[in-house]
Write a new protein. Structure first.
Length: 85
């Protein structure tokens, strides 16, 4: 059996490989730019949500205090009804 003779690579094949590589790299660059943009948007969203949650935590009613006030109010009403009869 004879080995196939080596085929010299012609400049057109190099040009085609280079074009394919350039197109692939451009595609990858576009995807990376999109991912960077999305990451920045998510970072802004997280910052906004963190600020909103902090504001909500500062303005919420403290439930133990509300429960204590309700219990005291109920006790006052119960004593007032017992004394008033």
């Amino acid at each position: 059996m004879t080995a196939e003779p080596d085929h010299p690579v012609v400049p057109e094949e190099y040009a085609e490989l280079r074009r394919s590589l350039d197109v692939g790299l451009a595609h990858i660059d576009g995807k990376l730019a999109l991912l960077t943009q999305r990451d920045e948007q998510h970072s802004r969203d997280v910052g906004t949500l963190s600020t909103r949650v902090t504001n909500l935590e500062h303005t919420r009613w403290p439930l133990p205090a509300v429960a204590a006030l309700t219990a005291i109010g109920a006790l006052v009403v119960a004593i007032w009804q017992a004394v008033g009869r």
